[in-house]
Design a protein around this ligand. Structure first.
Ligand SMILES: [Zn+2]
Length: 233
């Protein structure tokens, strides 16, 4: 069994995170609610008002043309997911629905709402495949720079999937192939301001072990600390 570690790569204005994997499933103690908030330049980051517990509305889009993010440590080259979907026999419609489901998982627990933007130029979070494949999946978070009281706003985030890795829809126990939705839930977690929560037990943990499909207590606590508890309209 092979295990790779997670790393956190930070630059002055940009943080790159990488997902990660472990071949070993580790038991989670009951009631485990670990979480860690992302820090960039010493400040936590969130969408909307730079204030803990303040809700936010965030747009996302799949890139439809190649994009470059010069200076980014990861996701520097982003391309449409079409080829990835084709290669892994996943229809684009299903891939888009899996992404929507991933956003809804965060939306259900915290006061953050997501809307798919028609135009990627206007989206807050961009999703695509890596133009230069490596690793499994990454997220980049670019802060706005409006630092106050230990927190700053997010300007843009990017999530990218390695098209050469093996992808699937749903869990099947084969952890050499990653579930698209679960991977996106994890990367969206980074994109909204959460860091890795230890090796296992939470969606924001850095292992891919198919031990749970839903957000775990630590994931929920972290998102609620940033955006508040979901208010029913
Ligand atoms: Zn990660």
């Amino acid at each position: 069994m092979r295990t790779t570690a997670s790393r956190l790569l930070a630059t002055f204005r940009l943080l790159a995170l990488f997902l990660v994997m472990s071949a070993a499933a580790v038991a989670t103690p009951p009631g485990d609610a670990r979480f860690r908030l992302l820090k960039l330049d010493g400040y936590h980051v969130k969408w909307g008002t730079a204030e803990f517990g303040a809700g936010a509305t965030v747009t996302y889009a799949f890139v439809n043309v190649p994009r470059r993010f010069d200076g980014a440590r990861n996701c520097e080259e982003l391309v449409p997911v079409d080829a990835l979907a084709r290669q892994h026999r996943i229809s684009l419609a299903i891939l888009h629905e899996e992404a929507a489901a991933a956003f809804r998982m965060w939306e259900r627990v915290a006061n953050i709402s997501f809307r798919r933007a028609e135009n990627p130029d206007e989206a807050d979070i961009l999703i695509g495949a890596q133009g230069r494949p490596r690793g499994r999946a990454y997220a980049n978070v670019i802060p706005r720079g409006d630092k106050a009281d230990g927190i700053q706003g997010i300007q843009q985030a990017v999530a990218c999937l390695n098209p050469e890795h093996r992808w699937k829809v749903g869990f099947d126990g084969n952890i050499e192939s990653f579930d698209i939705r679960y991977t996106l839930v994890h990367e969206i977690g980074h994109a909204i301001g959460l860091d890795h929560a230890g090796p296992s037990g939470q969606v924001m943990s850095f292992s891919y072990d198919e031990a749970h499909y839903e957000l775990q207590p630590g994931d929920i606590r972290g998102a609620q600390m940033l955006y508040g508890i979901r208010r029913m309209n």
